[in-house]
Design a protein around this ligand. Structure first.
Ligand code: G3H
Ligand code: 13P
Ligand code: ZN
Length: 359
């Protein structure tokens, strides 16, 4: 098979009513775990790398690893996506290294911390979309700032997130502004803010509608029925993974993530890409701790990494199945990037514009 653009993949997902989890990676073991899960259930894949992942693993290493994954798993369409690009250079160098899709996160300034103005966000996102579309790559934009409605703060533990207090208005995407944003920027997918945040510590109780505002997604989907919506901060932080970590010397305070059933509800209202990093980290870290606790004399890294890969593979497969991604890889015939570039140039990929006008 081949590398697929985000736009083609999410168009397929929208046609068939499913969503694709976007898993973050930093190394070979995570790449293999995701592809192994996908291949076991015939799911198309989005693998995403943050700026931190790119500097950790090195662009050349990452890009050659993606070549290898495409070769090892020829039946699985693979979208390679830049997570939270902070400026034009981050996005363009990603494309130069073979990424088929980029997120230009203009909800924050280039420092990745300071909430940006609406005008700044529109301008930088539209600029990146124009450049990316010229070579057939896809673009995700973000409107609204990720942050906890419980605490009024962003989560900066993963190196990207708003610093300081946020208002309710900043943390909930405005549906009318979303229509204007999509029209002006021509993004292929729109990340929205609805009370989720990055990391493990999202909610201090199982979230209800006061702290996880799924109604915002429904309102945006009503106004933009043809726009692919993206949920960030969508790890479910499963209790069993917290328990494995804590039973093996970990000290994670009790916490709650985004329940899978809420994500499935979002999928019924236009959510097509679901970002998951923390759950994979927890699945792996739990196994590292378990091996270290059970076999204190062990020092072969593979003895730690193999069970960690297996745990991540099982988690990824469960998400492919819950989101309806499973069974769809074989149904997709990949469109090459240069053909996608022609379609963008010919205005053939702007259905959200007519949808917005109709709204
Ligand atoms: O965007 C958030 C992801 O969890 C990536 O985290 O920047 O530590 O790789 P990272
Ligand atoms: P989690 O921290 O909930 O896994 O979110 C990851 C994410 O949104 C990456 O962009
Ligand atoms: Zn994110």
């Amino acid at each position: 098979m081949a590398r697929i653009t985000l736009r083609q993949l999410l168009d397929h997902a929208a046609e068939r009513g499913y969503a694709v989890p976007a898993f973050n990676i930093n190394n070979m073991e995570q790449g293999l775990a995701i592809m192994d899960a996908a291949s076991a259930c015939d799911a198309p894949v989005i693998i995403q790398a943050s700026r931190g992942a790119r500097s950790y693993a090195n662009d050349i290493m990452l890009s050659r690893m993606m070549d290898a994954l495409v070769e090892i798993y020829p039946d699985i369409p693979l979208c390679i996506h830049q997570d939270h690009g902070n400026n034009e250079a981050t996005c363009l160098t990603a494309i130069r290294h073979g990424f088929t899709s980029v997120m230009m996160d203009g909800s924050l300034m280039a420092d990745g911390k300071t909430p940006a103005s609406y005008d700044y966000n529109v301008e930088i996102t539209a600029t990146v979309a124009e450049m990316a579309h010229a070579v057939g790559a896809s673009v995700e934009g973000e409107l609204g700032v990720l942050g906890s409605l419980e605490s009024g703060h962003g989560e900066a533990e993963d190196g990207h997130g708003a610093a300081g207090a946020l208002t309710q208005e900043q943390m909930l995407t405005d549906p009318d502004q979303a229509v204007d944003f999509v029209l002006q920027t021509r993004v292929d997918a729109l990340a929205i803010a609805c009370g989720t945040s990055h990391g493990a510590y999202k909610f201090s109780r199982k979230p209800d509608g006061d702290i996880l505002a799924m109604h915002v997604i429904e309102a945006i989907h009503e106004r933009l029925p043809n726009t692919h919506l993206v949920m960030h901060g969508s790890s479910s932080v499963p209790q069993e993974l917290q328990d494995i970590i804590n039973a093996n010397g970990g000290e994670m305070p009790q916490t709650f993530g985004v329940p899978v059933e809420e994500i499935v509800r979002g999928i019924r209202h236009g959510v097509r890409k679901v970002n998951i990093d923390t759950d994979c980290r927890m699945a792996m870290a739990g196994q590292f701790r378990k091996v270290a606790t059970a076999s204190p004399a062990e020092f072969d890294p593979r003895k730690f990494l193999k069970p960690a890969m297996d745990a991540m593979r099982d988690l990824c497969r469960a998400r492919f199945e819950a989101f309806g991604t499973a069974g769809n890889a074989g149904r997709i015939k990949v469109i090459p990037m240069d053909e996608m570039a022609k379609r963008h140039a010919g205005g053939l990929l702007d259905p959200q514009m007519s949808a917005a006008r109709a709204a």
